[in-house]
Design a protein around this ligand. Structure first.
Ligand SMILES: Cc1cc2nc3c(=O)[nH]c(=O)nc-3n(C[C@H](O)[C@H](O)[C@H](O)COP(=O)(O)OP(=O)(O)OC[C@H]3O[C@@H](n4cnc5c(N)ncnc54)[C@H](O)[C@@H]3O)c2cc1C
Length: 470
């Protein structure tokens, strides 16, 4: 029996496809930057089937790439070298919700939006929130340690995971689906798989931490003269609301213009133009008088000149309209043509200096490019992006990606930052990682990879740089 026949047998007739039409959408990612190929798409429906698949892969030295919702932005989920592709989308059961313990056990292929809905149905909150949440899976979120808009208050995905079920390269199942807020019984192995981008094992289920659903949300869109003013407003609003800010997003004028131009039903919420804006949200209980604290903070910022104009949403639909402006930036940027993107973080207080240093450095390489730097200011995380000049030649512009990336990442390093704040390393940054991480850190990463996947069958060539032989 051939290896492919054994794999097909392991998952049953519903569990695989060799149909080109069905496989095609799995081979290209959102930005069309990476295109892959494969002869076999596996769609296991149970942990036992994943285990059988990995046992066969290990025995036969068959390489395998795991894919969830295929929304990853660094090519990690694409079979670039003809690997077998394992889709988790049929691992889609909600296993258990513990209302009083505020925990939820779900399988890896459940979408983030479904996880949020399951919590919401019980009056609870799962606070991870990404523009890709309708397609991204919880397994993918965990494998990438996704961030999103509410990290400021609730942390990255890592902070929301209590337990995991993981299938190892040889098929062994690590049953760690605990829902314990406290567990100091030796190494916390689940942490190794969070952010491992499919290189150490296949996550099949997770136990997640839920929160009480805030009763009140105050959302505002404010014009600020500069990123330095935005930073000041962040501090002012954190103090005014006693740390109740749940989001604080920086938006440049050009991003707002892109959104208004390309996304139906959007408009500028303020009458006067400003170079920069912040979208902020605070959430809490109905007796905390949050709206009054929030408005006091805004009034103080306006009096000081750190905010020049602002609108505070007076209804849920107004708040949703403000959020739509932020969440549509990536989509509208795509419709504006080619863009070179960086997902970087620096210490929060360094953001204005970082922008002042790195923007002209990029424009020196890409004259006429349009800077569109936006993102999670409260976490020090910017999507430091550049769109091609309006009448630009996209291919010529994109050919500069590596050169630009190195200049930006070198400045990030000088600021003590990270070349990947939330999207991961995947295929995109694996070659440059040795420039920014110490030999010692890389050696430990390689040792972990070897311990969990000695035959290098899981997502080979991604995330973990090979040793350079001189
Ligand atoms: C419009 C848009 C907005 C986005 N916004 C954000 C954002 O704000 N913050 C953010 O962090 N990301 C964001 N992303 C990136 C992306 O949505 C996240 O990385 C998400 O967590 C990926 O989930 P997925 O299910 O699509 O994973 P995939 O893209 O399928 O896979 C991503 C990686 O995880 C691995 N993987 C997937 N599932 C498993 C599993 N079960 N076990 C082991 N490995 C697995 C894959 O091998 C791959 O390396 C955005 C993407 C888009 C398109």
């Amino acid at each position: 029996m051939s290896v492919y026949d054994r794999l097909k047998d392991a998952v049953g007739a519903q569990g695989y496809s060799q149909d080109r039409g069905e496989i095609a959408p799995h081979l290209e990612e959102w930005r069309s930057k990476y295109k892959g190929h494969t002869q076999l798409l596996l769609k296991p429906a149970t942990t036992a089937e994943v285990s059988a698949v990995l046992r066969i892969c290990q025995e036969s030295d068959t390489k395998l790439v795991t894919q969830g919702g295929n929304t990853g932005l660094v090519g990690g989920q694409i079979p670039l070298h003809g690997e077998v592709l394992l889709s988790t989308t049929r691992l889609n059961r909600i296993r258990h919700l513990d209302e009083s313990g505020m925990t939820l056990a779900v399988e890896a292929g459940v979408t983030l939006a479904e996880v949020q809905r399951a919590a919401d149905d019980q009056g609870l909150l799962f606070p991870l929130s990404l523009a890709s949440e309708g397609s991204a899976t919880i397994g993918g979120n965990i494998a990438t340690n996704a961030g999103g808009t509410h990290v400021l208050r609730y942390g990255m995905t890592r902070a929301l995971v209590l337990g995991l079920e993981v299938v190892l390269a040889g098929g062994a199942v690590l049953e760690m689906l605990r829902s314990l807020p406290k567990d100091n019984s030796g190494y916390d192995l689940k942490q190794v798989f969070i952010g491992s981008e499919g290189t150490l094992g296949v996550i099949t289920a997770a136990s997640l931490k839920l929160f009480p659903k805030p009763e009140v949300a105050v959302t505002a869109f404010a014009a600020v003269p500069t990123p330095a003013a935005a930073l000041k407003v962040l501090g002012q609003m954190q103090h005014a609301t006693s740390g109740m800010l749940s989001a604080f997003e920086l938006i440049p004028r050009i991003a707002l213009e892109f959104v208004i131009r390309h996304i139906d039903g959007t408009r500028d919420p303020l009458s006067a133009r400003s170079s920069w804006y912040v979208l902020m949200e605070a959430t809490g209980g109905k007796n905390a008088n949050l709206a009054a604290s929030f408005e006091d903070g805004m009034a103080a910022a306006i009096a000081e000149g750190t905010v020049s104009d602002a609108v505070v949403a007076s209804s849920q639909s107004q708040a949703a309209a403000l959020w739509k402006l932020r969440e549509s930036i990536s989509e509208s940027q795509k419709r504006e043509g080619a863009s070179i993107k960086h997902d970087i973080s620096v210490p929060v207080a360094a953001i204005p200096d970082f922008l002042a240093r790195s923007t002209p450095a990029v424009l020196a390489i890409l004259p006429g490019a349009r800077p569109v730097s936006f993102g999670h200011l409260g976490d020090g995380n910017l999507h430091f992006n550049f769109n091609s000049p309006e009448a630009g030649d996209d291919a010529g512009f994109l050919s500069k990606w590596d050169e630009v990336q190195q200049v930006v990442h070198d400045i990030v390093k000088e600021f003590g930052g990270s070349i990947s704040a939330e999207h991961g390393i995947g295929a995109m940054k694996v070659a440059s990682l040795p420039r920014y991480k110490s030999h010692e850190e890389l050696d430990v990463m390689r040792a972990l990879k070897h311990a969990f996947d000695p035959k290098n069958i899981l997502n080979p060539g991604k995330t973990v740089p090979p040793v350079l032989r001189l």
